[in-house]
Design a protein around this ligand. Structure first.
Ligand code: NI
Length: 185
């Protein structure tokens, strides 16, 4: 089932998300719905707060980026209660967007590699070193679980330049090709 994507301005995107308990009801169905919602919107990652749930769950499929970023080939993951064990000091700046901020694209600096520990939808624990654009997706999505969005990382001037777009997202007048839920509508 395709879920509505909560847009910038929605309070749920500003909340610190809670750990997912092992007995969370219909977890696998939720994961399937989040993948469906993400694919429908041509996204490569989606965090639970973006579908209105303040829980520490992220889905990612970077495979569509494989031609430009080989490290994304087959990089399909469900990250439950993810934790960063390491983030490289070396950072890379690259343009990002977000399904909760349609039409907004800005360069963001992120660690080049991260080591992350998480559980999957079968509750198996994983520890993984992630690199390049895949590491960027992981960091972008996990940031959603802390009550932040990517635009928080850009300079005040760049944010100011996006003010009009951000206001139209809040008002619900932004053009969006997928089901979305703005504050103003
Ligand atoms: Ni996002």
């Amino acid at each position: 089932m395709i879920l509505p994507v909560f847009l910038y301005g929605q309070p749920v995107l500003r909340k610190e998300a809670e750990d997912v308990p092992e007995d969370y009801p219909d977890l696998k169905q939720l994961v399937a719905n989040m993948f469906e919602t993400m694919y429908n919107a041509d996204g490569v990652g989606l965090a639970a707060p973006q579908v209105g749930l303040s829980i520490r769950l992220v889905v990612i499929d970077g495979d569509v980026m494989r031609d430009d970023f080989p490290e994304c080939k087959g990089f399909k993951r469900v990250l439950i209660n993810p934790e960063f064990l390491e983030r490289s000091e070396e950072e890379v700046a690259m343009e990002e967007g977000c399904l909760s901020l349609p039409g907004v694209h800005e360069k963001v600096s992120r660690s080049k590699t991260v080591r992350v520990r998480y559980r999957d939808e079968n509750w198996e624990e994983h520890e993984e070193l992630v690199e390049g654009f895949a590491a960027r997706i992981v960091q972008h999505e996990c940031e959603h679980l802390t009550g932040h969005v990517f635009i928080d990382n850009v300079s005040a001037i760049r944010r100011q330049l996006n003010k009009g777009k951000l206001n139209s997202i809040i008002k619900g007048t932004v053009r969006c090709s997928y089901r979305a839920k703005a504050v103003g509508k």
